[in-house]
Design a protein around this ligand. Structure first.
Ligand code: PLP
Length: 367
């Protein structure tokens, strides 16, 4: 296997993060404590929401948000099949059933036009995924939700700092869930965050995060231990100071790749709708003529890391077919065969970007 010269993801951990961790270690308070509270406040401010509830992963944030909204057995949650497994898993953990709706072929996010036909008397919520760093078309989604009395929970795991019509992701629905896994736009090592303007949901989320306990040693509901540590929060506080810079760099890299690949027939560069700020968690191109897998292999052979997010729609995963799902959605089924994500992270140099462009162009001649 060739050496990878340009990696697909690379977290940026500097002196500030390291010193912040050391300070927490020396304080003796290493579990959930004052740093978590500080990080929750600052992150909620960042997205423009009233409340932030930190968790130990993006997945647990989604799980807790659903519980906090009262979703459980017998309920249906409408979402996209073109996402990471955690989106669907979080719904399944509560006993509810994910109902998959097709995506928009340009933006890869849930198609609002197809949501209404999926609503039944069991539908309780819609979970759009702000995929690759770009918001779904939230205005029509919120309108449908209002008309049918549904709760909207954003899966914002990939979209810290993204914007939709002047508002930040994390402040577009009733609740939003972020991930701070190291490959995301900012990190706490493992970690997650729920943001909301709804006081009741915020309170419920805090209870479900800590053993269903509002008052110490009183347990009214079945909760979990999904707490973030002060070690993680200390990293998060430093990363939050840098997230706008990280995102600016990703956006600048995307612009450079868009220009460099504009005349390359093999790939279609990402589409950003007017009024959206895309923060490029992934820079995902569509590869034409059935050559996606060939291009992926070619780039690996030439030292360029890349990824296929996601190769299989959730409804085709064995987990779901074993549960009796037997679905095919036209745009999703086509898209899973075409997408390829190229390196875009904030550590890339001009040399790296030129190398990516050169190799993709070369592939378009040779494949
Ligand atoms: C990363 C991710 C998650 C889960 O976050 P973790 O912190 O890894 O648990 C959920 N949804 C999407 C779309 C993600 O990309």
């Amino acid at each position: 296997m060739a050496d990878i010269k340009v990696s697909i993801a690379s977290p940026i951990i500097e002196e500030e993060e390291i010193n912040a961790v050391v300070e927490v270690m020396k304080s003796g308070m290493i579990a959930q404590g004052p740093k978590v509270i500080e990080f929750e406040k600052e992150f909620a401010d960042f997205v423009g929401a009233k409340y932030g509830i930190a968790t130990n992963s993006g997945t647990s944030a989604l799980h807790v948000a659903l519980l906090a909204a009262g979703i459980g057995k017998g309920d249906e949650v409408i979402t996209t099949p073109f996402t990471f497994a955690a989106t669907g898993n979080s719904i399944l953990y509560t006993g509810a059933r994910p109902v998959f709706v097709d995506i928009n072929e340009d933006t890869f996010t849930i198609d609002p036009c197809k949501i209404e036909e999926a609503i039944t008397d069991k539908t309780k919520a819609i979970m759009p995924v702000q995929l690759y760093g770009q918001a779904a078309d939230m205005d029509p989604i919120m309108k449908i939700a209002k008309e049918h009395d549904l709760i909207v929970i954003e899966d914002a795991a990939q979209a810290h700092g993204a914007e939709y019509k002047g508002k930040k992701v994390g402040n577009l629905g009733d609740m939003a869930c972020f991930s701070f896994y190291p490959t995301k736009n900012m990190t706490t090592s493992e970690g997650g965050m729920i943001t909301t303007n709804n006081e009741e949901f915020a309170e419920n989320a805090r209870i479900y995060r800590a053993h269903g306990s509002a008052t110490k040693y009183h347990h009214d509901v079945l909760g979990y231990n999904f707490r973030m540590t002060d070690i993680g929060a200390a990293i998060g506080i430093e990363q939050l100071k840098k997230i706008d810079g990280f995102n600016d760099k990703r956006i600048e890299n995307a612009k450079y790749l868009n220009e460099g690949l504009a005349d390359c027939d093999l790939v279609e560069t990402p589409v950003v709708e007017d009024g959206y700020k895309h923060v490029y968690h992934q820079y995902t191109v569509k590869v034409k003529d059935g050559k996606r897998d060939a291009l992926s292999d070619y780039l690996i052979e030439n030292g360029i890391g890349n990824g296929i997010y996601y190769p299989i729609p959730l409804y085709d995963q064995v987990l779901y077919t074993d549960m009796g799902y037997n679905q095919s959605l036209e745009v999703t089924d086509k898209t899973v065969k075409e997408v390829l994500s190229l390196p875009i992270h904030a550590k890339l140099t001009k040399f790296d970007l030129d190398l990516i462009i050169e190799k993709v162009k070369k592939a378009s001649k040779e494949l």
